[in-house]
Design a protein around this ligand. Structure first.
Ligand code: GLU
Length: 315
């Protein structure tokens, strides 16, 4: 279902899938593709595609094309043109300047070591920034990051899968980086600007980004925009108990050959009980089944390991 706007009119869902081209498509990324696709399309909405090639050193050449080609071969259809973050640096700069004009950002020349030494306590994603440069940089070090000043307030939101979430940005994260010392824009800024510009109303992605969401919601507030609805999906683990990724070699890699089985496992992982007889059906049939039957209420919140048995008849 879409959501009501300020005139109480139901707006269509605009969802998106935003893979980072840091390797081939694997099961963890397929979960986000499938979940975002089905949740947008089930309600007659649009599904957009954005390549998050924001960080050139991490991009593996050719992987964006390989991901898009494979998605197409599996029957995913996106709306409009694919957006590349690497084409949008000027836009990110413009928004950064807008925030600077509002006095919301400040330069920071602290080193990682200085932050670690003076941070009040370790945060979930590194040390909490202690506000050192809020009222001006210290010393003569010329390399500077740009940080967003955050309030000592709790930012709360209701995730459609994980329920009520909240975070005190100042105490748990600290003023966070929007423009990095190495000259690159930070993911937190780019994702918000891209989603705003594309009119995205629904964000479906892995639960590793649950704790980034309050920062993103705060950025929406700073920019005077309404944040989208969030659905975070449980993470698939490899045999070593870590999030399944390209570090696990071929395990979980998606290909045209195993695409049907991978889609079946993905539906199953997302709590949808696909019929066993569809295990080897063409990908298009699995997507059709998903479109007719997907229920967000049964998505589990438990991260777990997947074994990818070659045939479910052996289960
Ligand atoms: N590019 C991120 C990833 O591949 C997803 C970011 C998002 O969906 O907000 O994990």
């Amino acid at each position: 279902m879409g959501r009501l706007n300020s005139n109480q009119l139901l707006e269509p869902v605009i969802g998106r899938f935003a893979p980072s081209p840091t390797g081939p498509l694997h099961f963890g990324t397929l979960l986000a593709a499938l979940g975002s696709y089905l949740l947008a399309k089930c309600s007659g909405g649009c599904w957009l595609l954005r390549v998050e090639d924001l960080d050139p050193p991490r991009v593996i050449p050719g992987s964006a094309d390989a991901i898009l080609t494979l998605l197409e071969q599996l029957g995913f259809e996106w709306d409009g043109d694919v957006v590349y973050q690497s084409d949008r640096y000027e836009r990110y700069r413009q928004i950064l300047e807008q925030l600077r004009g509002q006095g919301r950002v400040f330069d920071c020349n602290c080193t990682r070591r200085e932050i670690l030494a003076s941070a009040p306590h370790p945060g979930e994603e590194g040390p909490v920034y202690p506000g050192t440069c809020r009222s001006g940089v210290r010393g003569s070090r010329s390399e500077r990051a740009v940080r967003l000043r955050v309030p000592d307030d709790v930012i709360g939101y209701c995730d459609r899968v994980y329920g009520q979430q909240q975070q005190n940005l100042e105490k748990e994260v600290g003023d966070f980086v929007l423009h990095r010392v190495d000259g690159l824009f930070a993911y937190q800024l780019a994702v918000v600007v891209d989603d705003i510009d594309a009119g995205v109303t629904q964000v479906v992605r892995g639960a590793d980004l649950l704790s980034s969401t309050p920062r993103q919601i705060y950025l929406y507030q700073c920019l005077g925009m309404i944040a989208p609805d969030y659905f975070h999906l449980p993470l698939a683990f490899g045999h070593n108990g870590k999030k399944l990724s390209k570090r696990h070699g071929d395990i979980g890699l998606v290909s045209v050959d195993n695409g049907s089985n991978m889609l079946w496992w993905a539906l199953e992982f997302l709590g949808q009980s696909p019929p066993p007889e569809l295990f080897d059906s063409p990908p298009g049939e699995l997507l059709c089944w998903g479109l007719e039957n997907f229920q967000s209420a049964t998505i589990p919140t438990q991260d777990r390991q997947v074994e990818f048995r070659p045939s479910i008849l052996l289960v």
